[in-house]
Design a binder for this molecule. Structure first.
Ligand SMILES: C[S@@+](CC[C@H](N)C(=O)[O-])C[C@H]1O[C@@H](n2cnc3c(N)ncnc32)[C@H](O)[C@@H]1O
Ligand code: SF4
Length: 372
């Protein structure tokens, strides 16, 4: 099983927290042409396994004209061996959603949609510089429910303007909407984003650690009461609606990334495309190399396994790690595992290390303790 990721590097506006690669220019067709060329060039020569998932992410794929999206999907289909039941996802922003657009996405092959709502709180949406308001988000969801049964909503917490009350309000909307899948992210403050600069200059305030910790507890409690499966720290779904694409990442499967800034992985090498739209077009058009790569050492492979698996409901399977990389975590990290268990940050069940809800809050610290 392998996945394909296509990066669409355009947005209408810059959200203040965002560190993903995007430009607010509008030369869409030039980039799409270069992505089409990249698909044909396949310079990375990643073994062409059967493709079980295709994911258009961004940036904002929903701003691209459907004729161009159709060309991309056709080219992927012609150049890869696609499974019949392939999951094909598009990331969308609420202000781009119309019934016409939804129908035509289905026509060209999309069968899953991920909507970036972030919050239903008007003040927070404005602070974050989102392009949509609450009513647009609600209308978009109403329309999506008519056309797609497999869809997801992105929500963030710990953002400027958010508190327990705004989160309770968001949870009440989730209760009414009942989406089959939700990703709920704790805000990461990324260096050199407008948010980072605003915080440094004391122009914007974040909720305290105590409030963010309470928000986290409230999310887990509420999602559990609504019978969502918390199959990865930030991912919740109803039975049968796991994101296959993201699950592939967490299960160490190969993926091929197309587009500026996109990453690829084939278990031996990691590849990353140049993260600059103009440079990407220039290099592709002149048949120059447009990516860098790195051969993974055994230690990097082990750490990769630990970092991805610890986030999942199944946790780290020590037997699998032993078979793959010859490392017994229980032997090598005996003291650390005992400490984390005593602190109720992890559970150890048979051969697995699984995060507790307490542990999920400080996953990065836990990774630091048990990686190499
Ligand atoms: C790269 S965005 C693309 C989706 C779409 N453009 C949008 O904004 O709705 C995917 C998701 O990542 C999350 N995200 C982006 N920046 C983040 C940050 N700094 N911290 C936590 N989550 C973030 C948001 O929830 C967003 O919906
Ligand atoms: S969060 Fe989404 S819409 Fe906002 S800048 Fe990032 S990619 Fe663009």
């Amino acid at each position: 099983m392998s996945g394909i990721y296509i990066h669409i590097p355009f947005c209408k506006k810059a959200c203040i927290y965002c560190d993903f690669h995007f430009s607010t220019s509008r030369n869409y067709s030039e980039i799409i042409d270069s992505i089409l060329t990249e698909i044909q060039l396949n310079q990375k020569k990643i073994k062409k396994n059967k493709i079980s998932t295709i994911y258009f992410g961004g940036g904002t794929p929903s701003i691209i004209d459907n004729k161009l999206m159709d060309k991309l999907i056709k080219s992927i289909t012609e150049n890869h061996d696609i499974e019949k039941e392939c999951e094909v996802t598009i990331e969308a922003n609420p202000d781009d959603i119309t019934i016409k657009k939804l129908k035509s996405w289905k026509d060209i092959g999309f069968n899953r949609l991920s909507l970036g709502v972030q919050t239903f709180d008007e003040t927070s949406l404005k602070i974050l510089n989102r392009t949509h308001n609450k009513d647009q988000a609600l209308k978009a969801i109403q329309n999506i429910q008519k056309e797609f049964n497999n869809y997801s909503i992105d929500i963030m917490f710990g953002t400027p303007g958010s508190n327990i009350k705004t989160l309770k309000n968001d949870i009440n909307y989730i209760k009414k909407i009942k989406p089959p899948h939700i990703s709920i992210y704790s805000l990461d403050i990324e260096e050199e984003t407008p948010l980072h600069k605003l915080i440094r200059r004391r122009k914007i305030e974040l909720p305290s650690n105590n409030v963010v910790s309470k928000q986290f507890d409230l999310i887990n409690k509420s999602m559990d009461e609504m019978n969502y499966i918390n199959y990865e720290i930030s991912s919740f779904c109803k039975k049968g609606f796991k994101s296959k694409h993201n699950s592939n990442y967490w299960c160490n499967e190969n993926y091929i990334g197309y587009g500026p800034g996109a990453h690829s992985y084939d278990k031996k090498y990691r590849y990353w495309n140049v993260r600059d739209n103009k440079e990407y077009v220039n290099r592709i058009n002149n048949r120059k190399s447009y990516f860098e790569s790195e051969k993974l050492t055994n230690t990097q492979k082990i750490n990769e396994f630990i970092i991805t698996r610890i986030r999942t409901m199944e946790g780290i399977n020590n037997l699998e790690l032993k078979n793959l990389n010859g490392i017994c975590l229980f032997k090598e990290k005996d003291k650390e595992i005992k400490y984390l268990k005593d602190e109720s940050l992890i559970d150890v069940k048979e051969n697995r290390i699984i995060l507790t809800n307490r542990g999920k809050k400080i996953v990065d610290n836990i990774i630091e303790k048990i990686s190499f």
